[in-house]
Design a protein around this ligand. Structure first.
Ligand code: VG1
Ligand code: CO
Length: 543
């Protein structure tokens, strides 16, 4: 086995986005592309000499090859140990947990999350730090700088390591521990939730469908829901991870998880439906006949978390990304706990969780999580819902109705315009940005603008500042529009427009969200001129 040094030169565009480096698979499989980025991670963190790392991914095309390369590069860097999920698989939350529980120095997760997989789709690499969370901006900037200065990488020449069974391996003096990807994660879930109560729920005839979308959560959901909790066999569908996610788009929302939504809205609907994304950190919650928006789900979980043993002592505080609806703010107010507003992306929750300021966090993009790990966690959210349902013994619709009656309803929707010309999208936001100082006080389409600014975040724990995190327009009646560009796409620019409008608990709580938000959408169009600027008549995806 020989450690070799390979000359290289910087490759353009290796800048990590909202969640790691995501590119077309064809880009990632080019010679030196993965190696440059991985060596840049090592360089940015002061090398891996003597360190221990966690490694795993969502099973998408190139996961297996990339895992082997990273093992050889970790060995070449002198790492002491790498803990790898069997088959190279680990869900993002399970990887986060392993970093924490094994006291590892960091972790590498191979995933482009909800982006499709396959040779013609997307691949990605994320680096997580010793707290188990996504590398904060200061670290991702260092990694990016390293990608621009790289001149060589180090790798050992060796045969592939057998990752097909758990056990210990060796590679050029580095220890490799291949672990069951599910076992430790399942043990953690057992400490948080009342498995007996949930088992009782299923034994009483409660039915559910969990759609793993051919992605990494399948083995976790099978083992926990069907194995440990006695959900009827067949409750988990599309449970075998496939390199191209069955040709689908592993994004758990009403568009991409349409079959689940159709089932839940039909006559044969089970009591509860849920889905997860490519790497297992997102969740979609559906009751019989009712879709629960992620923002509402976060609020309901915050209001009821104390019903699960792991949260019986109450919540220290909550946090949501800025573009997430403010439904959870109302719960926090009632519970008299702090509610933090952060930029988009889980990395911004890390400090708040580490400092013990918050217990629960969430994003409108179907991410919810708690201080049990430092990533969002799809199956965790499903289990918390199940625990609440096992205690309350009410349909999801009833729980939502009661919640809205108590706190009011934040009608909410996100409109995505995908693969736009980045220049057109940038110009549009620049034009809007330039008008921000003049907007407050103006009436647009009959609605009064009360505030207009660009969100910047000062981290209350370490004082770091993140700027340019989305343009927000506050409207009369506690309505709001947010405009921002996605940081996870791999084609052109994706514009996200987030629409929100509050209805008090005594008001009309069961309107169609599209109709309830139409006037807000009209203001968004008037302010930005999307149609004229992009030539698009309507958004590509509405969630
Ligand atoms: C999107 C979501 C964001 C989420 C991120 C990573 O980012 O909006 O809320 O944290 O994806 O999620 P953006 O920049 O495209 O809006 V995952 O499950 O793709 O790692
Ligand atoms: Co994800």
């Amino acid at each position: 086995m020989e450690r070799i040094t390979v000359e290289t030169r910087p490759i353009e565009g290796q800048k990590p986005g909202t969640s790691g480096l995501r590119k077309k698979t064809r880009t990632f499989i080019q010679p030196r592309y993965l190696e440059n980025f991985v060596q840049s991670i090592w360089n940015a963190i002061g090398g891996v000499q003597g360190k221990s790392l966690v490694l795993g991914g969502d099973g998408r095309y190139f996961n297996d090859r990339a895992a082997q390369v990273i093992l050889r590069m970790a060995a070449a860097g002198g790492a002491a140990k790498v803990i790898v999920g069997q088959g190279g698989l680990l869900s993002t939350p399970a990887a986060s947990h392993l970093v924490r529980s094994r006291g590892a120095d960091g972790g590498v997760i191979l995933s482009a999350s909800h982006n499709p997989g396959g040779p013609d789709a997307d691949f990605g690499v994320k680096y997580n730090t010793a707290n188990g969370g996504p590398a904060p901006e200061e670290v991702t900037e260092r990694i990016f700088r390293a990608t621009r200065e790289i001149s060589e990488y180090h790798i050992v020449e060796a045969q592939d390591i057998d990752l097909s069974t758990p056990g210990a391996r060796q590679l050029a003096g580095m220890r490799i521990e291949v672990v069951d990807p599910v076992a430790d994660y399942q043990a953690l879930m057992e400490t948080l939730f009342d498995f007996d109560a949930i088992r009782g729920l299923f034994r009483g005839g409660f039915t559910m469908r969990f759609d793993a979308m051919h992605a990494v959560t399948g083995p976790y959901a099978r083992a926990i829901l069907e194995g440990a909790l006695d959900a009827p066999a067949g409750s988990v569908v599309n449970a075998i991870p496939s390199p191209d996610f069955g040709g689908g788009h592993p994004d758990p929302n009403p568009i991409w998880a349409r079959p689940l939504l159709d089932l839940m809205m039909g006559a044969q609907a089970p009591d509860f439906g849920a889905a997860s994304d490519g790497d297992g950190d997102r969740n979609m919650i559906v009751g019989r006949g009712v879709y629960v928006t992620p923002s509402d789900s976060l609020a309901v979980l915050a209001a009821n978390a104390h019903l699960a043993p792991g949260y019986a002592a109450g919540l220290k505080g909550v946090a949501r990304s800025m573009s997430t609806s403010r439904a959870v703010d109302r719960v926090a107010e009632k519970l008299r706990i702090d509610c933090y507003e952060t930029p988009t992306g889980w990395k911004f929750f890390g400090n708040l969780l580490d400092a013990g300021r918050v217990t629960l966090c969430g994003e409108e993009s179907a991410g919810t999580g708690s201080d049990h790990v430092r990533e969002k966690d799809g199956l965790w959210a499903v289990l918390l819902w199940l625990n609440i349902l096992a205690v309350k013994r009410q349909p999801v619709q009833r729980i939502l109705d009661d919640h809205w009656a108590a706190f009011g309803r934040n009608y909410y929707s996100r409109h995505d315009y995908e693969a736009l010309d980045p220049v057109v999208a940038g110009d549009m936001l620049d034009a809007l940005r330039a008008r921000l100082p003049d907007l407050p006080g103006q009436d647009v389409d009959g609605l009064r603008i009360e505030s207009a600014d660009e969100f910047a975040y000062d981290d209350p724990v370490d004082g770091s500042r993140a700027q340019g995190q989305g343009i927000r327009i506050g409207l009369a009646g506690d309505a709001r529009i947010v405009f921002r560009l996605s940081g996870t796409g791999t084609e052109g620019a994706t514009l996200r427009i987030y629409l929100e409008r509050f209805e008090p608990g005594t008001g009309a709580l069961h309107r169609d969200p599209g109709a309830a938000l139409a006037p807000i959408g009209a203001v968004a169009e008037s302010l930005s001129g999307i149609r004229a600027r992009t030539g698009r008549e309507s958004p590509d995806v509405v969630t």
